[in-house]
Design a protein around this ligand. Structure first.
Ligand SMILES: [Zn+2]
Length: 263
């Protein structure tokens, strides 16, 4: 019995060894070809387009609303309710795009805030370079003061650039900076999630918007502290001129200013 079986085992082993090598070689050759084609395609599309990063949704970015549970999104520059008084270039959809790292950190803040009965509402996230250029163009048009009453009533428009409220580059274009406020976690009798009192509205160009300003009421100061503490503990750094503005401390693209459209 065992003698009969031996030659069989031997021949079957030999069949495997002789047929596996060509298969493995052709498999790896095909794999190599796929990688080569992918590399060449990426290379030629990069040199063919002046905006190599102008993808509809950059692979390093994510729609924050898909990562942060219950995130309220009111993208002000995708509509006309902002200091420009018009929809801003580069915002084709009201979507909060952030780097994956910033969105994950924001989710931590959202979860931490739940115990205080509050949640987060974002006003701006990733901001394309072309949107910042729109702000600069707008700041030079001194006759266009359509939104002055709501956003900069006490400032001369010609001083917005000098005073640092408008600048030629924004950290938002690096994808890990967010503008946001607190909302009640439960809706009011009108079914809406109400914003907490922060002393000044979002994008109110005034010293009163400084998080440490002592002239705003105690409730607003307490809400500013609550927001800043949750953001700081989740890895963000606050900005000393605007209570709503936070940047991820260890941002993944500290030197890159992206210009793909928000959509
Ligand atoms: Zn900001």
């Amino acid at each position: 019995m065992s003698l009969d079986c031996q030659p069989l085992r031997h021949s079957s082993r030999r069949r495997v060894t002789t047929s596996a090598w060509p298969f493995a070689v052709s498999y790896f050759a095909a794999l190599l070809l796929v990688f080569l084609l992918a590399f060449l395609s990426a290379f030629f599309s990069a040199i063919a387009s002046p905006h190599a990063r102008a993808e509809p949704l950059h692979p390093a970015f994510v729609d924050a609303a898909t990562v942060v549970p219950g995130l309220e999104v009111e993208m002000r520059y995708a509509g006309a309710h902002n200091f420009v008084g018009a929809k801003v270039t580069g915002y084709e959809q009201p979507v909060c795009l952030l780097t994956r790292e910033a969105a994950a950190a924001l989710a931590k803040a959202q979860i931490a805030l739940a115990s205080s009965g509050t949640g987060l509402k974002v006003f701006d996230c990733y901001r394309p370079v072309r949107a910042v250029a729109h702000f600069v163009r707008w700041s030079r048009d001194l006759k266009d003061t359509a939104a002055k009453g709501e956003f900069y009533p006490d400032l001369d428009k010609r001083d917005l650039f000098r005073d640092g409220y408008i600048s030629s580059r924004s950290g938002h274009s690096r994808g890990s900076t967010v503008d946001l406020t607190l909302v009640d976690i439960l809706p009011g009798s009108d079914g809406k999630l109400h914003e907490r009192d922060m002393g000044t509205p979002f994008d109110f160009f005034s010293p009163f918007s400084s998080p440490s300003d002592k002239r705003v009421n105690e409730e607003a100061r307490s809400n500013r502290r609550l927001l800043a503490d949750a953001m700081r503990k989740s890895g963000f750094v606050p900005y000393d001129k605007e209570w709503w503005h936070f940047t991820l401390a260890h941002e993944p693209f500290p030197q890159t200013y992206f210009d793909f459209v928000v959509k």
